[in-house]
Write a protein that binds this ligand. Structure first.
Ligand code: AP5
Length: 230
């Protein structure tokens, strides 16, 4: 059981997660956000919600996501800029899945006159490729409340049923083999360059963490890093 009980705010917590598909970004972003009392902003969840609602964004993003391709930069920059302008992001935010390309990183850097990028902490989660494949193939997801489980590492109490809301769990379409291969290729070609981008821009604020350890151990290290920057 991971203790992510909320901690009184000491200053804005602005956090970006980097890492390949299945590294545990979503899991850890949720814990960090809860601990520091700021919203977790997952672009993957926002897009999946748009697909479920059949909005124009969802209709454009759906086929690309199913194939494991990235959704065009201007769409992502637009939805993140809107979300960050909401009042609950004042004390900070944890970004999960954005930025994912150099164009998105540049776009983020100029949002709100550069204010969002001030005091930023970048957490890069590393996990060996065979473990990523194991995690993605075993992941099960709740389409109603977006909770994530794993058939071996983190099974629901009742097989196939969400612990939180009781809905039936599914395998994400993009967790199937062909889409996973494409997502890893997109990561290598378009997202991995952000490691150099942020590492060179502000080495003090950039941290690489070994994500191939139990969830609570990884979280303990991440929490310590964010606390030390506030
Ligand atoms: P998104 O939803 O962001 O997917 P992703 O980056 O591929 O990341 P994942 O959700 O697969 O993995 P994760 O690192 O969050 O791991 P998790 O914690 O779930 O994006 C999906 C798609 O949307 C993209 O492909 C793209 O099409 C589009 N998109 C989104 N953002 C975009 C953007 N900015 N630009 C363009 N397109 C965008 O964990 C995975 C599994 O491992 C779970 O089962 C979990 O229980 C388990 N697990 C977690 N931690 C551990 C641990 N420490 N030990 C063992 N198991 C663990």
């Amino acid at each position: 059981m991971v203790d992510a009980s909320p901690r009184a705010a000491a200053g804005p917590a602005r956090v970006i997660f980097l890492g390949p598909p299945g590294a545990g970004k979503g899991t850890q972003a949720g814990l960090v956000a809860r601990h520091f009392g700021v919203p977790k902003i997952s672009t993957g969840d926002m897009l999946r919600e748009a697909i479920a609602q059949k909005t124009p964004l969802g209709l454009q993003a759906g086929p690309l996501m199913e194939q494991g391709r990235l959704v065009p930069d201007p769409l992502l920059i637009g939805i993140v800029e809107d979300r960050l302008s909401q009042p609950d992001c004042g004390p900070g935010f944890v970004l999960d899945g954005f930025p994912r390309t150099l164009a998105q990183a540049e776009g983020f850097g100029t949002m709100a006159g550069g204010r969002h990028a001030g005091g930023l902490v970048v957490l890069n989660v590393e996990v060996p490729r065979e473990e990523l494949l194991r995690r993605l193939s075993g992941r099960r997801w709740c389409p109603d409340c977006q909770a994530t489980f794993h058939v071996h590492n983190d099974p629901p109490k009742q097989q196939g049923i969400c612990d939180r809301c009781g809905a039936s769990l599914i395998q994400r379409e993009d967790d199937k083999e062909t889409a996973v291969a494409r997502r890893l290729q997109e990561y290598d070609e378009r997202t991995a360059p952000l490691i150099g981008y942020y590492g060179q821009r502000d080495a003090q604020a950039f941290h690489t963490v070994d994500g191939h350890r139990p969830v609570e151990v990884v979280f303990g290290e991440l929490r310590g890093i964010v606390e030390s920057t506030r």
